[in-house]
Design a protein around this ligand. Sequence first.
Ligand code: GDP
Length: 523
Amino acid sequence: MKSIQNEVQSRRTFAIISHPDAGKTTLTEKLLLFGGAIRDAGTVKARKTGKYATSDWMEIEKQRGISVTSSVMQFDYDGFRVNILDTPGHQDFSEDTYRTLMAVDSAVMIVDSAKGIEDQTIKLFKVCKMRGIPIFTFINKMDRQGKAPLELLAELEEVLGIESYPMNWPIGMGKDFVGIYDRFNNRIEQFKTEDDRFLPLNEEGGLAIDHELNTSPLYEQTLEEIMLLSEAGNEFSKERIAAGQLTPVFFGSALTAFGVQTFLDAYLKFAPQPQPRKSTEGEIDPFSNDFSGFIFKIQANMNPKHRDRIAFLRICSGKFERGMNVNLSRTGKPINLSSSTQFLADDRATVNEAVSGDIIGLYDTGNYQIGDTITTSKDLFQFERLPQFTPELFVRVTAKNVMKQKHFHKGIHQLVQEGAIQLFKTVRMEEYILGAVGQLQFEVFEHRMRNEYNVEVVMERLGNKIARWVESDNVDENLHSSRSVLVKDRYEKYAFLFENEFALRWFSEKNPDVKLYNPMDLR
Ligand code: GDP
């Protein structure tokens, strides 16, 4: 059996950040194909072949009544064990999507070449940026007509504020797509390959062999752009990639699996293995023999017949063993990880190999909260608190039946504590306002209040608001208005919920002394 060191060194754990339709599912499937056997969290029993498409497990999860798709896919490739954590988007977008990014060591950003950088990508990017994790960019759909590559690079810089280094560069696009000029591997990779897929480049960066490309105007244009990049572009820097300051950019087409393997090979070369994580007892070394990890999301089972939840644990040190005894640092409570533990895998004998970088699912009967640390260490340390994410959607919530106030309060407070939703109270009326980053969170909340606490809630939509926290603990409560609602969060910190950008700006101009901040702003 491999040592912990060897195991950890082989782990690469990432999430894909993208806007719906950019090609996340397609790229994931292609990546999984390279790995052959696939394990994932969404299946009850592994299929015989051990291979199935992403769409299958989503269906299975639906059948099980878990509507919040959340999965970890794992594959082995070239000596690496790769974990891809799914980041649900669109209707399934929630704080869990952000929290998943707390559990990865790097991110792959997919950009649709025709659409450029889109909304959801920007939000997810900010969270990665906050953590300073490396971001690898895959510009997809080169088989279609899209924006000019130089324009896309400019967008990365202007919209996201990240510098880029193109590892390869497209020769044409759409129906004229010839392939990529691979600066990193010093070769040309052809899209349609009647002849060799790879053509070697010489030391000057031109084709090393006689080829019809030499007379192609598209190729000539590529060479000019490559020259421009070499002269005016950023320099390649492994260190800056590792620090999340420079994103290596790859062009390709997930649908036709073009450029995917080239991407994967380079990704594995530069993506970090699990790193030490900060805790209340200093940094925790992933190679340490003490087992530890933190819970980054809790998935409620939406099926009332199955009240159990699954808590997702990112392992940060040591080796997971079935039946091991751990302590929950928050309470000091001992927990046995026996049959209550579901390794996020099929029934292959992999259970002894779960180390830092891997994810396990713990059946939860109400023990865990998001952000909880469990460990076998005598020191009940806790990993860094997960950040607060800025909610964008709000509802006012009350109990339908006033007689159910007690259950209502208990339910809300437990769900808030668990991290399912954010709670605010208006300063004036002490009304309850719930905040979320996605509509799904309200639906889950409503459902769980009914099924777990037996309370029907009434939610009055307040729509989109801009939440800004107040730095000071003293706020003139007269600043409250319908367009700038003054609230307190669950930690009793003041915040304003602004009607829109205009209201925020107007307020800031009128009240320059009230220092506002957005916890998700790039620092
Ligand atoms: P997701 O929402 O990000 O998971 O996106 P999907 O992977 O489901 O892709 C959205 C649509 O784009 C689907 O119709 C895909 O077939 C298509 N698509 C994905 N990659 C490519 C590509 O490289 N080229 C083209 N032409 N279409 C693609």
